[in-house]
Every structure is written in structure tokens, then in C-alpha cells.
Write a new protein. Structure first.
Length: 636
């Protein structure tokens, strides 16, 4: 909390008495109130009443942004959270009256250099609106550059896999146009398209492999991208030898060279990337802020290919940049609709995607009858770990299911206790063949299953934190001897990075295991992360505040990952985070099995509750497509 002497009006006068209690009901952190108070203190000659009004207006704008929106409609939506919050703090009179905007120096019109921008009926932070404006300008300028006369060789479209008409169109778009947006659901062949694009590009005499960059928003997504490309290209021809030189996929943070000491990215408009072509997978996860940074970091003649699923959850941070680009720039977009998981030879994958399609189309009745009907289970003992099953869980049912999951999934690997307790010893050239094989078996095992939850904290063993804590207790019976006190993990446990560590080159979302590793100073517990060029180990003492258990993770954190078996845990009460896109995203993480742990009424609420993200990027694209922009985007 900042010193109250910095404010012309004391903080106690700005904050309604029960403000923090009201904010807590919506999951809002107190620092938003502090920031709003700082904003409200800037205009110097405001009467006390108007300053209080301005504080609440600033707070609602910032809170709205924290919920993923880039702008706030005013007058406020009658059934929305903002109205509820104002009513809780006794200021319902502000709901329909935006007149306080006009009397301050804090709120300006489009193009003004003011912290908040009023463009009726929208109120947004100047920072967010400027990012949307710059991104729209850059995207349109990139798409409007002359196309290239580059027809892909026919061999690329037929080897090592035969591409269908949609995939061929996507490859041509990526080769011929400076901006290509490729969206499609799971199993539609986005990886095969990336491989075909790479093979076609590297048959061009004037392009070197190191001029291509592959990236994804998270370490896990980048790893999957690399593994999938290698697998697809395993049957390639000698003509594909240059592919060996293509750099491995990396996170966006690493691509843009985040410098934690300076708290800025090294690559930007004045210091662009050295790559002529950038391909980014899982683009739906990219926030507005990082999407704009990516566009501005392209060199003058750079080209960009974005691949993702526009129907998935948008980014955790504000905005829905990929969906807005897909919807606002149809001439730069190809939609893939043919799924290869819908084949007769894959009944489990077909059932999962059939259910996902019914959920996306909000066809409730089809979930209980017909080909897409859920397999309803009454008890955990009936769970078959196949197709899509639904179980209504009491606390006792959740306890029994989690124990079943722990026994039949976590402990299913033959020789698991021995593999977990083994002392791994890195060597100068990497791991010994025996240790490399042990590590591969462990990583492959944990890559096959995951519990996903809608919420981090929820009662009745329905949140990530409580599920992880329960399984941590069970793991103690098997590998819990530990090496020293105070380390909150047992060997063999899955972990997740929660921050970016540029020095160690491990990033938020990277998944690994806790194992015993012999370092120069002795055997220590270590966080071991898989890499395409071999696993990397770090002493756990140095990382223990940056990692958490990952038996269960939120659906948001799971994006970019794929498993054979997924269990989705929903809370026992309706919640604003329960959305159709969350359900669709969770289902499409699985290849063979999904267990839905939630009551039928919770599923119905989630299906009928689409993600509502207010974003100005689509409007900016439409406005600028029709003629000159009304405001100066102040491009750097």
C-alpha cells in the first residue's frame, strides 16, 4: 500500500468501507484499488465527491481489464459484475451516469494522451487501446503487402502425408502471403501443415534454415511443436536434409529475448528479429500485449504464420487477439474443418470430438442420447478410462475417484518407485544411455494423463490446490523419504513452472519432474525438465518458489498440451470462469479418454455460458479497413 501522503485525498476517503470485501467476491486483488487511487489522484482540482466517482470509474476499468477485457461498456450492463460491485459498495447511482468523465483530466477522447480513453459507449485504458490500434495497423499493413509468387512443389503436398484441399490452401497461403492465419480444431493437421511449409520454404534457394523461427506461447507447446514436426518428418526424403538446421521451437519470451534485468524485450520495432519467417503455434494463447509485440518485432520484409484454434479459451491476459484477427481478416485466414480423429478406426477420439462439437454448438440433448451421448457413471468403480464419461461427484466420490486415478494412472508405470528413487547423474556430453532411457520412460508416462480443473481453489476436492495436496500425501507413501527437510516435494512428483526464468531458460508453463540428481556438490533434489536435445536438471532449492505440483492443473495452463487421458473437475456451484470455451478446451486436450467430474446442471450452465471478452481490436480492424484511421497510432 503506498504512502497516503502522496494523495491529495487520503486513501481512506477514496475507498468505500466494504470495498475490499466486495472486490474479493469477484476474485479481484487489492493492488487494483491502489492503482485506481493513484490514477484518481492525478487531476488536481477535483471536488471530493467527483474524485470518489473517478476512483470507482478507474477501478472498474482496471478490474475489467484484469478479467480479460480490453474495454468496458458504459452505461454498465444491468446483470454484469460491475453493477453488482457498485451496488455492494452503495454507489448504484454511477451505473447509468458517465458524466464524471467530462470533468476530469484523467479521461480523454481517442488520440488523446490520457490514462483512460472514452469512445462512447466504451471506456478503456489508453495503454490497451493504443496496443489494439498499433496491432490493427501492423496486421493490415502486413496483409496488404504484395503476395509472393511461390507455388509449393507438388511433392511437398503429397509426402510424407497427402494433404487435403483445406491443408493445401493453408500451405499456399503461408507461402504466398506475408500474413497467414490458420485455425482449426484438434486433429485437423496443423502440424502436417507446418512440416509442409518448412519443406517448401527450404527448397527455395534464397532462404536459409536459420532465417526461420518456430515458436509457441509456452515451453510445453514449443516442445510439442518440435516433437510433432520431427515425427511428421521422420519419413522425409534426402531433399529434406536442410530441415536438420531449422532452429528448435522456442517460447515467445525467448524468441523476443526477454531481459529480466531491464524488464524489457530485446527485440522490438527498432531492433527487429533476424528472421525472415516466423511460425507460431497455439496462437489462441497469445495475449493482446504479446501479439502486438510479436508484430512490431518483425523485420520490414518479415512474414508471419499464426496457427491455432480460435474456438479455444483466449489468453489468460487481456484480449482475444487471435480470434479477432481470424474474424476481422478473412482474406488472410484458412479454416481447417476436417478432423482425422473422426475416423472409424479411432472410436475414442471420434467420440471426444463429437462431444466437443455438440458442446460448441450448445446441443444439450445430444449429450444424453445418440452417437455423442456421454457415458454416465454412478460410481468411480464404473469408470473405464475410455471415451467421454460423466460422474456426479460428492466429496466422498471425489476422494474415491482421485485414489483410483492415483493408483491406475500415476502409479501405472512398471518400476515407477525405482525410477523415481534412482540417482541420475548428468555427464559432460549429456545423460548416460541408461539414464536417458529412464528419464524418457518417466516423462512419457506423465505426458499420457492429467487432471484439469476449472478453478485453482474450490471446496470438496474440486480445485487444483486441494487435488495436488491430496496426491502429494499419497506419494509420500511411495517416494517420500526425501533428501532434506523444508523441500515441499517428493521425488517422482510432476511440477509446473509458474514464472519465467530467462537465465535458466525455463519458462512459465514448462512441466517437469522432481528427481534425485548428482551435482558437483553431491546428490540433491532437482527439477528436471524435458528438452528436445535432452533433459535439463536444476537444484530444487533454487527453484522451489517458482514451481508447484502438477498432478492437477487449470484448464488455462493445459493449453498447448495433449494427453491420452484427461479428467476435468468442475466446481459444485456456478462460477463466471465456467465457460463453453473452457469445456471445449479441456475436452480437446485428450486423445482417448475424458472423465467429466461435474453435475449435469453444472455442465449445462457451462455449455450455455460462452466466453464474453470485450475487445476493441475487431472494431479497429474494421475501421481501418474502410479508410484512413481517425487517430494517430503513434507507431514506434
Amino acid at each position: 500500500m503506498p504512502d497516503a501522503r502522496r494523495f491529495e485525498t487520503p486513501l481512506a476517503d477514496l475507498f468505500p468501507r466494504n470495498l475490499f470485501e466486495a472486490m474479493e467476491a469477484f476474485g479481484l486483488t487489492p493492488h487494483l484499488a491502489t492503482f485506481a487511487a493513484e490514477l484518481a489522484s492525478w487531476p488536481t482540482e477535483l471536488p471530493k465527491r467527483e474524485r470518489k466517482d473517478l476512483f470507482l470509474v478507474a477501478l472498474l476499468t482496471l478490474a475489467n481489464q484484469a478479467m480479460g477485457h480490453t474495454r468496458l461498456r458504459w452505461p454498465l450492463e444491468p446483470d454484469g459484475w460491475a453493477v453488482d460491485l457498485l451496488e455492494r459498495v452503495g454507489r448504484a447511482d454511477l451505473i447509468q451516469d458517465p458524466s464524471c468523465f467530462a470533468t476530469t483530466g484523467l479521461v480523454g477522447l481517442p488520440g488523446d494522451a490520457k490514462p483512460l480513453i472514452w469512445d462512447a459507449p466504451w471506456l478503456s485504458s489508453q495503454r490497451m487501446r493504443e496496443r489494439e490500434t498499433r496491432l490493427a495497423h501492423r496486421a493490415l499493413a502486413l496483409a496488404q503487402r504484395p503476395p509472393l509468387a511461390q507455388e509449393p512443389p507438388e511433392s511437398v503436398l503429397q509426402e510424407p502425408v497427402v494433404l487435403n484441399a483445406e491443408q493445401r490452401q493453408a500451405v499456399r497461403l503461408a507461402l504466398e502471403h506475408p500474413l497467414a492465419l490458420i485455425t482449426g480444431g484438434p486433429g485437423t493437421g496443423k502440424t502436417a501443415i507446418v512440416a509442409a511449409i518448412l519443406r517448401a520454404l527450404l527448397q527455395q534457394a534464397d532462404l536459409k534454415a536459420e532465417e526461420i523461427a518456430l515458436a509457441a506461447p509456452t515451453g510445453k507447446a514449443a516442445q510439442r511443436m518440435g516433437e510433432s514436426i520431427r515425427k511428421t518428418l521422420a519419413a522425409s526424403t534426402p531433399l529434406d536434409a536442410p530441415l536438420v538446421a531449422v532452429p528448435e521451437p522456442q517460447t515467445l519470451h525467448r524468441l523476443l529475448a526477454w531481459n529480466p534485468g531491464e524488464e524489457r524485450f530485446r527485440h522490438h520495432a527498432d531492433h527487429p528479429l533476424p528472421h525472415r519467417i516466423v511460425l507460431v503455434d497455439e496462437a489462441s494463447m497469445i495475449s493482446l500485449e504479446h501479439m502486438e509485440r510479436l508484430f512490431q518485432s518483425l523485420p520490414p520484409e518479415g512474414r508471419l504464420v499464426l496457427l491455432g484454434d480460435a474456438d479455444q479459451l483466449p489468453s489468460v491476459e487481456a484480449g482475444r487477439a487471435f480470434r479477432d484477427l481470424v474474424e476481422g481478416m478473412p482474406e488472410a485466414c484458412v479454416r481447417l474443418r476436417t478432423s482425422y480423429r473422426m475416423r472409424e478406426s479411432d472410436p475414442q477420439g471420434r467420440h471426444i470430438l463429437s462431444v466437443a462439437q455438440e458442446i460448441r454448438s450448445e446441443r444439450w440433448n445430444d449429450l444424453w442420447e445418440g452417437e455423442a451421448a456421454l457415458h454416465v457413471r454412478e460410481t468411480p468403480r464404473e469408470v473405464a478410462f475410455s471415451h467421454v464419461e460423466q460422474l456426479s461427484p460428492s466429496r466422498e466420490t471425489m476422494e474415491a475417484f482421485l485414489r483410483l486415478w492415483f493408483d491406475q494412472q500415476v502409479l501405472a508405470l512398471e518400476g515407477f518407485p525405482e525410477l523415481a528413487a534412482h540417482v541420475y547423474q548428468p555427464q559432460a556430453e549429456g545423460w548416460s544411455p541408461e539414464d536417458a532411457d529412464r528419464l524418457k520412460r518417466l516423462f512419457d508416462h506423465f505426458d499420457r494423463f492429467r487432471i484439469l480443473a476449472a478453478l485453482r481453489d474450490a471446496p470438496g476436492l474440486r480445485g487444483v490446490a486441494s487435488i495436488n495436496a491430496r496426491m502429494h500425501g499419497w506419494m509420500a507413501e511411495h517416494t517420500g523419504e526425501g533428501l532434506r527437510h523444508g523441500v515441499p516435494f517428493h521425488v517422482g512428483e510432476p511440477i509446473l513452472m509458474t514464472t519465467n526464468d530467462a537465465r535458466r531458460r525455463i519458462f512459465n508453463g514448462d512441466q517437469g519432474l522432481v528427481l534425485k540428481v548428482r551435482f558437483e556438490d553431491g546428490v540433491r533434489q532437482a527439477a528436471v525438465f524435458p528438452r528436445l536435445d535432452g533433459a535439463r536438471a536444476f537444484p530444487l532449492d533454487a527453484l522451489k518458489t517458482q514451481v508447484e505440483l502438477c498432478y492437477a492443473m487449470t484448464v488455462h495452463k493445459s493449453q498447448g498440451s495433449e494427453y491420452d487421458c484427461v479428467a476435468l473437475v468442475l466446481p459444485s456451484a456456478d462460477h463466471r470462469l465456467l465457460t463453453r470455451e473452457l469445456l471445449y478446451t479441456a475436452l480437446t486436450r485428450a486423445r482417448k479418454s475424458v472423465i467429466l467430474l461435474g453435475e449435469a446442471e453444472r455442465l449445462r450452465f457451462t455449455m450455455g455460458h460462452p466466453t464474453q471478452r470485450e475487445s476493441g481490436l475487431g472494431d479497429a480492424l474494421a475501421r481501418m479497413s474502410q479508410g484512413p484511421a481517425e487517430e494517430n497510432p503513434m507507431l514506434p
